[in-house]
Design a protein around this ligand. Structure first.
Ligand code: AMP
Ligand code: MN
Ligand code: MN
Length: 328
């Protein structure tokens, strides 16, 4: 039962102290929001904690409370590893998504796994998983309620950010009645909805526009126009001044084309490493396609990484999507 899961997670937190909070490699809005909200919750309970991510906090999310305190392996701000016995993983679809932060898990570490990806295998000692949750931030909101804590503006802003980013601005199919009622409570608690939407979803950097121009120039459609894809590489980022976070949202362009069932973005990073992002209009379960290549995610949004040259990756992934489309 879900309420039992909430109680078990609450007990995991209450009975321990000195936590490590980690999220997934290349953290997104929900990952950073969930990280800082978990920190807020521990602080309210008088617990000590350290926040750590493999990748840096995207600059767009730097306004979130104490996001500046999240240690990053990428920039060395973390210093040498210190082993933690109590670990909270947020928004990580599987253990591998914690990346190199696992160097900080003690050999006898116990993990609380809080996540909403249907491909999550329950890698925690305690698992708080709700696959139809719109965002991990939604689950944390329920945990806050379960633990009887009162929201303040900072926590409300962070939870709202997780919901807003993982629902694409309260538009995707994961925008449930519960999400909307939560959004209402978060606005009441002081989250500034229009400002967050403007800052997180509307505003574009010049680099983002330039990399969009390049990406769209390479857009390809399958002969039946049901699959569309584009690619970008690290030279594009260097030459346009765009950052990795500027690529978020790019995959929506192929997906949004009328008649297209699956949109794909290939991000080439080095000769043999391609990050693949897939978005489905609903017919194809892209999480299942991503799993064929060791990745995962949600039915309509999923990702994976392949270690082959770009043309091969495009061929393999498009073929797998085509096969999934042709299945009854
Ligand atoms: P992205 O395309 O990176 O925005 O990811 C879409 C969704 O799939 C997000 O919920 C990610 O957390 C998830 N995802 C992306 N890459 C992976 C992966 N390699 N393994 C598991 N889940 C992933
Ligand atoms: Mn995420
Ligand atoms: Mn998420």
């Amino acid at each position: 039962m879900w309420t039992d899961q909430l109680k078990e997670a609450a007990a995991f937190i209450r009975e321990r102290d000195d936590f490590l909070i980690v999220s997934h490699v290349q953290p997104d809005g929900d990952a950073i929001s969930s990280t800082v909200v978990a920190g807020w919750l521990l602080e309210k309970l008088g617990k000590t904690y350290t926040m750590l991510n493999e990748g840096p906090v995207p600059s767009r999310l730097a306004f979130l409370r104490k996001s500046g305190e999240i240690l990053t392996l990428a920039d060395g701000s973390s210093g040498p590893p210190r082993p933690f016995k109590n670990v909270i993983c947020v928004d990580c679809a599987d253990y591998g998504r914690t990346g190199r932060t696992s160097d900080w898990f003690a050999a006898d570490a116990e993990l609380l796994n809080i996540d909403h990806h249907p491909t999550n295998d329950g890698f925690g000692r305690v698992n708080l998983m709700k696959f139809h949750a719109a965002a991990t931030a939604e689950i944390l909101f329920e945990l806050i309620d379960e633990m009887g804590l009162e929201l303040d503006t900072e926590a409300a802003t962070a939870i709202y950010t997780g919901l807003l980013t993982d629902t694409g601005g309260f538009r995707y199919s994961n925008t449930s009645p519960l999400v909307m009622s939560m959004a209402s409570r978060l606005l009441e608690a002081g989250a500034n909805g229009p400002e967050l939407a403007e800052h997180l979803l509307e505003r574009m950097t010049a680099g983002q526009i330039r990399v969009l121009q390049r990406g769209l120039a390479r857009l390809e459609l399958s002969a039946d126009e049901r699959i569309a894809w584009l690619w970008v590489d690290s030279e594009d980022l260097e030459q346009t001044g765009a950052s990795n976070e500027d690529l978020e949202g790019l995959v929506n362009y192929p997906r949004n084309i009328e008649g297209v069932e699956v949109g794909i973005l290939f991000k080439k990073n080095g000769e043999q490493s391609v990050k693949v992002s897939m978005r489905s209009a609903g017919k194809v379960n892209v999480a299942a396609v991503a799993q064929l290549f060791g990745g995962g995610g949600h039915v309509r949004a999923a990702g994976c990484r392949l270690t082959d040259p770009l043309p091969e990756v495009v061929e393999k992934v498009v073929a797998a999507v085509r096969k999934a489309l042709d299945e009854p």
